[in-house]
Design a protein around this ligand. Structure first.
Ligand SMILES: CC(C)(COP(=O)(O)OP(=O)(O)OC[C@H]1O[C@@H](n2cnc3c(N)ncnc32)[C@H](O)[C@@H]1OP(=O)(O)O)[C@@H](O)C(=O)NCCC(=O)NCCS
Length: 148
């Protein structure tokens, strides 16, 4: 497995993964395109053994001078539970730590998404707030923070 920057030629493959994972809640293709073009952290995890196909990706935007926000993150179902997300997130955190100005990474996660919450807690993110009715289906979110 290797990690690389996402570029425009990955758009269709990324959007396909996004739709299969998040269904109605998927980011639009246009939004993903914008995120590729803009200066965000947009990394893909690639399976070198099977024709370089993308097994997951992570998108982080800078939403304040001193803060970044993890806005999208997934690993394809058949590659889950093998440490892929841990590997990709650790890599991304280490890249962000190289930016002197950035003091924290924040994210919102569905309060029912135990797998993701466990993963973030394992990497030292803390729950700082519960936000009711955050998602369209009125489900709540946790705001999680990692100070770096
Ligand atoms: C959340 C997600 C990215 C995790 O990917 P993954 O590659 O399977 O995660 P890893 O194999 O690195 O596991 C990381 C940790 O997650 C937790 N975890 C993984 N599978 C789990 C399970 N079935 N139950 C509970 N916790 C689990 C554990 O803490 C695990 O650490 P450990 O194996 O050292 O105990 C993946 O499940 C996914 O893409 N889900 C759908 C999209 C999504 O929910 N994205 C996050 C939005 S905020």
């Amino acid at each position: 497995m290797k990690i690389d920057n996402v570029d425009l030629k990955d758009l269709d493959e990324i959007y396909d993964l996004e739709r299969r994972t998040f269904k109605k809640d998927a980011f639009s293709k246009k939004l993903i395109l914008n995120l590729i073009v803009k200066n965000t952290f947009f990394f893909k995890l690639v399976d070198g053994e099977s024709q370089n196909n993308i097994v997951g990706f992570i998108i982080i935007i800078q939403d304040r001078e001193d803060r970044v926000n993890l806005v999208n993150f997934l690993i394809e179902k058949k590659h889950q539970k093998k440490g892929c997300a841990t590997y990709l997130l650790n890599f991304t955190i280490s890249k962000i730590k190289q930016l002197d100005k950035i003091k924290s990474i924040v994210l919102n996660v569905n309060s029912k998404n135990e797998v993701a919450i466990n993963l973030y807690q394992k990497l030292n993110f803390r729950i700082v707030q519960k936000i009711e009715n955050y998602y369209r289906q009125k489900e709540s979110a946790y705001l999680m923070v990692l100070n770096i």
